[in-house]
Ligand binder design. Structure first.
Ligand code: GDP
Length: 241
């Protein structure tokens, strides 16, 4: 395997070019299974495959997005069960890459296996200083040290104008040099004009501290939009490693 730094650099470079690509391949999830909830990165499963982590404010729609991506309405419930909200929750995903027009049973299919990680969210209203510090320490360690971490999807509620707490989290990712992609959630809850404005305003707010803007996706778990693009992006990223 390439070193963590090399892989991250490749992903960042690749991500830069991806924005101009057409998504040629669809990804089909063959199975998605809960593996383990860990209190810290040291206890996570052996880092033997690419890993994609999902994080955002509490209630941003993370469980719904994960369930939509995996076509399993109950999957992320496991991780939001009481007592597991402050843990790193791993799911193992088996997928195939299905070239367009080749159908699910095509000969050119490539199988892939990767981890999806449901990270405990930030911005809980009633959280003690102590648990907040614990969260910060755990997330920082995980994001900086998890060697197979390939990409973090940061979820942003598409209904709102840019929120300080999200922008600050992204600035923190920059300090830690963690590659990330934005996923705007709940887009069905507002009209398209408002969603586009919120996405644009978010980009503008980021420009104050970022020179290059990340890839972003607009999704709705209710309408199942954005799923194919995110899965294709993961598939392309897996292929580039
Ligand atoms: P989490 O706390 O970030 O895991 O958020 P959940 O996935 O539990 O979602 C929080 C609330 O928002 C739930 O009531 C969901 O049904 C709702 N929700 C999540 N995603 C969407 C979406 O895309 N559209 C709509 N209309 N509601 C959503």
């Amino acid at each position: 395997m390439k070193s963590l730094f090399t892989r991250r650099l490749l992903v960042v470079i690749y991500r830069g070019s991806l924005g101009f690509r057409r998504y040629l391949c669809a990804m089909l999830i063959k199975s998605a299974k809960y593996v383990i909830s860990s209190p810290g990165y040291e206890k996570c499963p052996v880092p033997d495959r690419p890993e994609y982590a999902f994080i955002g404010r509490s209630n941003v729609g993370k469980s719904s997005l994960i369930n939509m991506l995996c076509d399993n309405e109950k999957l992320a419930k496991t991780s939001s069960a009481p007592g597991k909200t402050q843990l790193l929750n791993h799911f193992i995903i088996e997928s195939t890459n299905s070239p367009t027009g080749d159908g699910a049973g095509g000969k050119n299919q490539k199988r892939a296996s990767w981890y999806l990680v449901d990270l405990p969210g930030y911005g809980f209203a009633k959280v003690s200083q102590r648990s907040r510090r614990r969260w910060e320490q755990m997330i920082e360690n995980y994001l900086r040290k998890r060697e197979n971490l390939t990409m973090v999807f940061v979820l942003i509620d598409a209904r709102h104008s840019p929120q300080k707490i999200d922008l600050e989290f992204l600035d923190q990712l920059k300090v830690w040099q963690v590659p990330f992609t934005l996923v705007f959630t709940k887009s069905d809850k507002e009209n398209q004009r408002t969603v586009s404005k919120n996405v644009k305003d978010f980009s503008e707010a980021m420009k104050k501290t970022w020179q290059v803007l990340p890839q972003h996706f607009v999704t709705s778990a209710l309408k199942k939009t954005g799923k194919d693009k995110i899965l294709a992006f993961i598939d392309e990223t897996n292929s580039s490693l």
